[in-house]
Write a protein that binds this ligand. Structure first.
Ligand code: PSU
Ligand code: MN
Length: 303
């Protein structure tokens, strides 16, 4: 794969330093400016403090970038031009048309794997949307998790999704889901979901050994680590549920479909909760980045 590395990432790869990939659809589509830029910086900072090197991925003028310079991240955050939401299947078109955009979980997994980066931090993965038995809206993220050997750290799937169906599909795809210090799937804005997890890791070394066994010994695909969002900003499940019902009804009424669904739900939820979901989103992004940094360091140590 023709990747363009930032100077910092290139050096880290050469020196065998631990790296953590970051997606940028959350910057280009998921969060409003300037919170998106602040969140990206806070994630990079958390990864550095943990002793690893951040590697945000994006498509800039058709180039597959791993590691962004400050003006490039700003360009994605400000959104003064048309920015694509680039999933795996959009990579070819984005390259050929010299487009610019943020990468989703699926594209980031693919680019990280190609770069040899084993750990990736995000907010929440995409999955099976509610009502999928009717409209079939299922994110490419699941297929990418199954395919690419990357440890993906998240706060669970977004609660706007159908979580039981998302968990079933992850099983079908053969993706292990590990609770980080928990037996229950977190649901992004809330610490729990009522869905029990079969596997947990209580320390970062155990988490790293799971990834190593899967990537190095078994030559299998990705691992999903689910970290409960920070207590202080997390929201009660019943409160979130009420807003989700209203937001989904709005999406339906306004005919929001396809790629637009996730960004619409995120911004509507923030409006309805007076910014509480936005605050929770920012806090969990940094929290996940911190754990991902620690995981990358432990993974390198375990070799
Ligand atoms: N979850 C968030 N914020 C986001 C996304 C998910 O809290 O911005 C983005 C991720 O990049 C994820 C994508 O990969 O949405 C999933 O989009 P879709 O449902 O269209 O596959
Ligand atoms: Mn979709």
């Amino acid at each position: 794969m023709d990747l363009r590395f930032s100077e910092e990432v290139r050096r880290a790869l050469e020196a065998g330093q631990p790296l953590v990939a970051l997606e940028t659809s959350v910057v280009a589509q998921g969060l409003p400016y300037p919170d998106n830029l602040a969140a990206a910086r806070a994630c990079e900072e958390a990864i550095r403090r943990a002793g690893a090197v951040p590697a945000a991925t994006a498509i800039i003028d058709g180039q597959l970038c791993v590691g962004l310079e400050e003006p490039e991240m700003r360009r994605l955050a400000e959104g003064k031009e048309r920015l694509l939401k680039v999933a795996s299947r959009d990579l070819a078109v984005a390259m050929a048309t010299r487009a610019t955009g943020g990468t989703t979980v699926s594209a980031t997994c693919e680019m990280a794997a190609a770069a040899g980066i084993r750990v990736f931090s995000t907010g929440g993965i995409g999955g099976v949307h509610r009502g999928a038995s009717e409209h079939f809206d299922i994110s490419q993220d699941i297929a990418a998790l199954a395919r690419f050997p990357v440890a993906v750290v998240c706060a669970g799937a977004k609660s706007v999704l159908d979580l039981p169906k998302t968990m079933e599909l992850l099983e079908t795809a053969g993706v292990p889901v590990i609770g980080v210090g928990t037996d229950e799937l977190p649901s992004f804005y809330s610490r729990g979901s009522g869905i029990p997890l079969e596997h947990r890791a209580d320390d970062v070394d155990t988490a790293a050994r799971i990834a190593r066994a899967r990537f190095e010994s078994l030559k299998q695909g990705g691992v999903l680590y689910t970290v409960p969002p920070p207590e202080e900003t997390s929201l009660p499940r019943n409160e979130v549920e009420l807003h989700i019902a209203a937001t989904l009804a709005d999406a339906d009424r306004q005919g929001v479909r396809g790629k637009g669904v996730t960004p619409f739900l995120l911004s509507e939820m923030a409006k309805r909760t007076g910014g509480k979901t936005l605050k929770a989103n920012l806090a969990l992004l940094t929290n996940n980045a911190r754990f991902a940094g620690q995981l990358a360091v432990a993974y390198a140590r375990a070799s």
